[in-house]
Design a protein around this ligand. Structure first.
Ligand SMILES: Cc1cc2nc3c(=O)[nH]c(=O)nc-3n(C[C@H](O)[C@H](O)[C@H](O)COP(=O)(O)O)c2cc1C
Length: 191
């Protein structure tokens, strides 16, 4: 198979951008809708759609930065990390929270539903990168703070943050990072 294949070219060279390097403009309107449509097109056992999106607009991001500054010290988080996280919320051009929202199912165990939410995050990052946007999938300590989830994002108790996908523009070239050595992670099982 030596035929030119732009999808494979993309998959073999794709690289996230650092969230802190993203600037305006961010995808909005039809462009954002197209990214979310691509992101929702992932393997999903039982077609449960056990995930949803929160498109966090500027006032929400400001509010969440405040909540990070409130919760960080209470949780004993290093003040430098608290400020780094809060200022990222303030400066990011757009954040889409991908929420894992598992539902009771005899067919698809919760783990499979959460893996599907992870696939949504990866698909959203890839759709954005393939469209020429900068994108980064990050979480950070606040994503695991139940108070941040409930008060900040209005999540139900069974819901979790699969990822905060930061979206924007990024002119900065980013070098590749080391990639796994296939020989170390592939085992051929022949019998
Ligand atoms: C679930 C998940 C959470 C992550 N959280 C963070 C994070 O909080 N901070 C961070 O710097 N990177 C985080 N990362 C890693 C970033 O996505 C990082 O930029 C990654 O190395 C980009 O790799 P890529 O170029 O292959 O997309 C996270 C990755 C995943 C999958």
């Amino acid at each position: 198979m030596t035929q030119a294949n732009p999808v494979m070219d993309f998959l073999l060279t794709r690289r996230s951008k650092p969230a802190a390097a993203l600037t305006a403009p961010a995808p909005e309107g039809a462009a954002l809708e197209q990214l979310l449509t691509a992101a929702a097109r992932v393997p999903d056992h039982g077609a449960l759609a056990p995930w949803r999106f929160l498109v966090l607009e500027a006032p929400a991001r400001q509010r969440l930065a405040g909540l990070v500054r409130e919760r960080g010290p209470l949780l004993g988080v290093d003040p430098v990390k608290v400020e780094k996280s809060a200022s990222l919320w303030e400066k990011s051009p757009l954040v889409v929270a991908v929420i894992a929202a598992p539902v009771p199912s005899e067919k698809a165990p919760e783990l499979e539903q959460i893996l599907s939410a992870g696939a949504v995050c990866a698909a959203l990052v890839n759709a954005a990168l393939a469209s020429g946007w900068g994108a980064a999938w990050i979480t950070g300590w606040a994503a695991f703070d139940r108070e941040f989830m409930s008060r900040g994002l209005d999540l139900a108790p069974q819901e979790q943050v699969a990822g905060f996908v930061h979206l924007g523009s990024c002119a900065t070239a980013v070098g590749d990072r080391p990639r796994p050595d296939l020989a170390a992670i592939v085992t051929r099982v022949s019998a």
